[in-house]
Design a protein around this ligand. Structure first.
Ligand code: ZN
Ligand code: ZN
Length: 263
């Protein structure tokens, strides 16, 4: 649609990503030249024995190439789910994890399964990667999981521990990472402070509502989502309640009086 826009290219690959160090030992990595709706938040946590990276962006520019610190000690690259904006650089890391329900997509990431078709378009960008971007040829590189995750599994970084919460709805293998000791939730696309997506090919609104009810019981202090700015507990509750009221998803099956069967 915007293919004929004249876009500047970012001059150097080292300038593609941006980094912000946040409280709780959390580092935020992101791609500032991608429009906010498509811009994935990547979360890096340094542990005593292992490091953790949740999500790895579009993959148009090497993430570990710009940030060698990612490889300073063993790192587990976790996928919050298998959409293209979250797993593009997973192939750069030797240890990779995702939920069982989307392991087949990481192993064989087709343009359709990752939503690269239809969403990975030139219209996403405010400036192009140094080598440009071919919206018809773009695809995520295969990065089969070396560890398959289930609800309740724990990622042990030596001195920090993140529990896997299976939160289907946006996609069947959506997960969040929950650190009970700090009240930090790394939530992927299950919840963030922007328009939540529950109508893609493998979304399920009934499951999404059940996910929201479970999330509401969680004693979170701060939420770092898959898109948009981070937020605290009060905003977390507002976002959940808005979704469940249908403000963020018309026709939420569990909330509309239509009995529990999801479409
Ligand atoms: Zn997604
Ligand atoms: Zn996303």
């Amino acid at each position: 649609m915007n293919s004929d826009r004249t876009l500047q290219r970012v001059a150097h690959a080292r300038d593609w990503y941006a980094r912000a160090d946040l409280p709780d030992g959390i580092t935020h990595l992101f791609e500032p030249h991608i429009d906010v709706f498509y811009r994935c938040n990547m979360w890096f946590v340094r542990g005593r024995t292992h490091n953790l990276l949740l999500d790895s962006g579009l993959g148009a520019v090497s993430l570990s190439g710009q940030f060698p610190f990612l490889q300073a000690q063993p790192l587990l690259a976790v996928a919050s789910h298998a959409h293209f904006d979250h797993i593009g650089c997973h192939h750069e890391f030797g240890e990779r994890a995702c939920h069982r329900a989307e392991a087949h997509i990481l192993a064989n990431p087709t343009r359709a399964d990752t939503l690269a078709d239809p969403y990975a378009r030139l219209a996403m960008f405010t400036a192009l990667p140094p080598d440009g971007f071919d919206e018809l040829a773009y695809r995520v590189e295969a990065a089969p999981a070396t560890r398959v995750l289930e609800h309740g599994d724990v990622i042990d970084l030596g001195d920090r521990h993140f529990e896997i919460l299976h939160l289907p709805g946006h996609s069947p293998g959506s997960i969040a990472l929950w650190e009970a000791a700090s009240g930090v939730l790394l939530s992927g696309d299950a919840i963030y402070d922007g328009p939540l997506i529950d109508d893609c090919y493998h979304s399920d609104r009934g499951e999404y509502c059940a996910t929201m009810h479970r999330l509401r019981e969680l004693p979170v202090r701060v939420v770092h989502g898959g898109h948009y700015p981070s937020f605290g507990r009060d905003r977390f509750h507002v976002l959940i309640d808005e979704y469940l009221r249908g403000a963020r998803a018309p026709g939420c099956p569990l909330e509309s009086g239509v009995s529990g069967t999801s479409a």
